[in-house]
Design a protein around this ligand. Structure first.
Ligand SMILES: [Zn+2]
Length: 424
């Protein structure tokens, strides 16, 4: 047993309890106590006076190996970004580059406090491998893009991926068609059937830009959400990335079918896509996961920053300072995100849940004086204050030291890959 003493605990439990001088006790992979200070005689103890413990972040939508394209396609609209820069470069990826890129992403995720992700990329085996080695967990998938012409081969990869991780305690899989505009209704219907047969969720981009949304209506007379529903894709949990242009009626379909919205505030801002109507979605009771998207459109994988943006932009857009409170923003980046992805065993400091948590310093000028610790964390805090990341009870990062990753080797491998495969 390991006991973390004297830290402020922001639990994100059912009552959103905060304990200013709390105790978090971990036995193996699980939390066994999270509450006011309590002694556990004889247990290994870590004194965390002057620190706050938060649940590990859950990143709802990410493309891990896109780290190679950070800063490569800045200040471009989505369609040019994708067609002129990203898709051509991505065709140069090898298994090794995807693996190294995913490794680099795990280093950034670990450093910035994310312990669970929902990834979509070319070869889910490489992201799954990197996540396992880093001690992180999540959902991996092989992205299916019919217009590229390699979709049968990629579908075969996706089916093998599902079999490979069938009994894995840390990695789940999803069926991941890229979007409506890159796949035919016939293929999407087939993927819906496969998802039902294999018991997998579907992960897809949806109504990210006004162009995408309106062209779908032009092609099919239906919005992307209506189309996905019509094609049978809502028979399984459907993870919808972006949802910037979903209609009120779409939101009702999303709610009644139990689908989830993956909210990417920074990526939507950077690509000029717009701002999803999160306050209305919250009012309607939709499941929402805050997400970074790939770091070529962000340009970080920092969920703390994403959480802060999610608490700020909706206030500005709606001219309503009460829109998306700090508590809601924290919930959507932790427990709410976990629930949106089908996880009930993480996202909060609650006995019985996985011991996925982060420790952040309060000994910073910006963190004085803690009147409301949750508000302080969301509006004034930063992932740079994180001193420790723990997943399944295992310390992955401790005061600048990674316990499972050789970051110097990872940086070098990525630089070599970049020179060989991605340099213009
Ligand atoms: Zn995306």
């Amino acid at each position: 047993m390991k006991v973390y003493q004297n830290a402020a605990l922001v639990t994100v439990n059912d009552h959103f309890d905060v304990f200013m001088e709390g105790t978090l006790a971990v036995e193996g992979e699980k939390i066994i106590y999270a509450g006011p200070k309590k002694e556990f005689p004889g247990a290994e103890t870590v004194d965390l006076t002057g620190h706050v413990i938060l649940p590990g972040f859950v990143n709802g939508h990410i493309h891990m190996p896109m780290v190679f394209f950070r800063g490569y396609a800045d200040d471009m609209c989505l369609q040019d970004w994708l067609d002129k820069r990203i898709f051509p470069k991505e065709s140069n990826h090898t298994e090794a580059t995807q693996y190294h890129g995913a490794q680099l992403a795990t280093a950034e995720l670990t450093r910035t406090g994310t312990t669970t992700v929902n990834d979509m990329y070319c070869d889910g085996f490489q992201t799954g491998r990197a996540l396992k080695e880093a001690g992180l967990s999540g959902i991996v998938s092989t992205c299916l893009i019919e217009v590229k012409g390699d979709h049968e081969e990629m579908l075969d990869n996706a089916l093998r991926l599902n079999e490979y991780y069938q009994d894995d305690p840390d990695i789940r899989t999803a069926i991941a068609p890229h979007a409506e505009y890159t796949n035919s209704p016939e293929f999407l219907t087939r993927l819906g059937d496969i998802a039902v047969r294999t018991g997998q969720p579907i992960h897809i981009h949806c109504s990210e830009t006004v162009k995408e949304h309106e062209e779908c209506i032009g092609r099919h007379g239906l919005t992307p959400v209506q189309l996905f529903d019509r094609l049978g894709m809502t028979r399984v949990p459907l993870f919808l990335a972006h949802c910037v242009y979903v209609t009120d009626e779409d939101m009702d379909i999303i709610r009644t079918r139990g689908a989830s919205v993956l909210h990417n505030p920074c990526s939507n801002l950077k690509l000029g896509s717009g701002v999803a109507r999160i306050p209305l979605m919250l009012e309607k009771g939709l499941k929402i996961a805050t997400s970074t998207d790939g770091c070529a459109s962000n340009n970080t994988l920092d969920m703390w920053e994403e959480m802060r943006f999610s608490a700020l932009i909706h206030k500005g857009v709606n001219r309503d300072a009460t829109a998306v409170s700090a508590k809601q923003a924290l919930y959507l980046a932790t427990r709410g995100a976990a629930e949106a992805l089908g996880y009930t065993d993480r996202g909060a400091l609650v006995p019985g849940m996985r011991a996925d948590f982060i420790v952040s310093s309060l000994q910073e000028p910006a963190m004085q004086i803690p009147t409301d610790i949750t508000n302080l964390v969301v509006y004034s805090g930063s992932s740079r204050d994180i001193v420790m990341t723990v997943a399944k009870g295992e310390v992955l990062y401790d005061h600048g030291v990674y316990t499972k990753l050789d970051t110097a080797a990872i940086y070098e491998a990525c630089r070599a890959d970049f020179r060989k495969y991605f340099m213009d």
